[in-house]
Design a protein around this ligand. Structure first.
Ligand code: NAP
Length: 309
């Protein structure tokens, strides 16, 4: 077997909508591109019930849109490898990308790793994860048809999931640490019109309780008056934001204080040849359409970069 080092023209880390778009644009420009992702292609689209704001498609389920993008990637012959990237370094004029599977060399790297759900970090959360605590109400809501559940958070993720599961479960408690919601008003209106929703505002979760069968209740605390209340629930769904998946970028000074990647208009970081796209970037709007936008820009910029070298 040859030990010759293969240097890929462009490596994309992450196969969500941003990464798959970048790959499609590069392949169509006749540039050989490889994608690595630790999960199935699609990213968060795979856990999105319905997409109704992607132009040209009135409505489509998240997994269906993910599969359509994947088909396009596959039909262009783009290589996808399943691996968890844990470090990137730059050596001379190429990058060295270390994963749990292999070391990959590339002239340009496009980071498209998205975000990961933030944990509540309260007692009982880890213990009952998978036994009542879940980070995808759309996936697991059906398990609680005859039960009460709690959704924690006030952003678009929390309220979108709540609107969906309100139609399935017996009762939903919304626990939000604030009085105002970040979620879009149209979603809030839909949720307020659901008959089985009870709001607990200015309240935070304190501890999740359970038995051998899973979650039985959650203790919440009103941060205005200090009062505590135990809610009998079988499901606990935290949606308290997400953190950028960027630990593997620790060799470079390309992130803000929250871990989101900083890029220029061409999606390039301060490191020449290192691009970043999609939800992992510091940006004002995280949507499928903004992810695909980033992917197209980075692909063409990375293509110009490798041709110049
Ligand atoms: P988010 O907008 O950051 O909202 C997180 C929510 O969790 C906030 O209401 C926050 O409360 C609360 N929170 C944070 N830390 C907490 C803690 N430790 N304990 C209790 N509550 C806590 O996150 P997201 O909803 O995941 O959305 C992320 C991004 O994706 C946003 O830009 C969002 O618009 C976008 N997104 C869009 C859609 C859509 O357009 N359909 C769907 C999903 C997500 P405070 O409000 O008090 O800070």
């Amino acid at each position: 077997m040859s030990n010759e080092k293969v240097i890929h023209p462009v490596l994309i880390i992450g196969a969500g909508p941003a990464g798959m778009t970048a790959a499609i644009y590069l392949a169509r420009a006749n540039t050989k591109v490889k994608i690595v992702d630790k999960y199935a292609p699609g990213g968060k689209m795979n856990i999105t019930q319905l997409v109704e704001n992607y132009p040209g498609v009135t409505n489509i389920t998240g997994p269906d849109l993910a599969f359509k993008m994947f088909e396009q990637v596959r039909d262009l012959g783009i290589e996808i490898e399943y691996a968890d990237v844990n470090k990137i370094k730059k050596e001379e004029n190429h990058f060295v990308v270390e994963s749990d599977e292999e070391t990959i060399y590339a002239k340009a790297v496009i980071v498209a790793t998205g975000t990961q759900e933030r944990k509540l970090k309260i007692p009982g959360e880890a213990k009952y994860t998978g036994r009542g605590v879940s980070y995808c109400a759309v996936c697991d809501g059906n398990l609680y048809k005859n039960d009460a559940i709690v959704i924690i958070g006030g952003g678009n993720s929390a309220i979108e999931e709540a609107v969906f599961v309100a139609k399935i479960v017996k009762k939903i408690h919304i626990v939000h640490r604030n009085e105002n919601f970040r979620a879009d008003e149209s979603l809030m209106e839909e949720l307020r019109n659901s008959p089985n929703v009870e709001f607990h505002l200015n309240s935070i979760p304190v501890e999740v309780f359970g038995d051998q069968n899973g979650v039985t209740s959650i203790l919440i605390k009103n941060i205005e008056n200090g009062s505590e209340e135990k809610l009998d629930v079988k499901g606990v769904f935290p949606f308290v934001g997400s953190d950028a998946v960027t630990d593997f970028l620790s060799e470079f000074d390309v992130r803000d204080d929250k871990g989101f990647v900083l890029v220029d208009q061409e999606m390039m970081t301060s490191v020449p040849g290192l691009y970043s796209i999609g939800d992992v970037n510091k940006k004002v709007l995280r949507q499928i359409v903004t992810a695909t936008n980033d992917g197209a820009i980075a692909a063409l910029a990375a293509n110009r970069y490798i041709k110049r070298k």
